[in-house]
Ligand binder design. Structure first.
Ligand code: NI
Length: 136
């Protein structure tokens, strides 16, 4: 019997989508307003889910206090109120699309979750646009 436990979090961040190999015109054509050279912001919402067996002694799949701390240290502290392109090492050479951001977040959190538990991250870039990654 496996149970999925989830925690929501959020961060505000600025980014610019562009491919440095392309001309400004090509970047504008593909990325539109998201390629604005002066950056723009999003209110990112996150759902982090951990799935596994209920531990017989605690009754928990995972202690949510621990998960809360991991999300704060790996995502909120390094990303909140940052310019992702300029201030977050992972995006110095990686285009900070929602797809790339969710994979970066998943990798950062995965390293701190016990091996027997599986991890899924859903990232909302806007209330209507969201991406998810579970390591596959
Ligand atoms: Ni954007």
């Amino acid at each position: 019997m496996k149970v999925k436990v989830s925690r929501k979090a959020h961060f505000n961040a600025a980014h610019r989508l562009y491919n440095r190999e392309w001309s400004d015109d090509r970047n504008a054509e593909i990325f539109g307003k998201c390629s604005n050279p002066n950056y723009h912001g999003h209110n990112y919402e996150l759902i982090v889910s951990v799935t596994g067996e209920i531990h017989p002694e605690t009754g928990f799949v995972m202690d949510m206090k621990v998960l809360k701390t991991i999300i704060r240290e790996e995502v909120e502290d390094p990303f909140d109120h940052k310019n992702l392109n300029e201030e977050v090492d992972e995006f110095k050479t990686l285009n900070p699309t929602a797809e790339n951001i969710v994979v970066v977040i998943w990798n950062k959190i995965r390293g701190r979750i016990p091996e027997g538990l599986s991890l899924e991250v859903i990232l909302y870039e806007t209330p209507r646009n969201f991406v998810s990654y579970d390591g596959n």
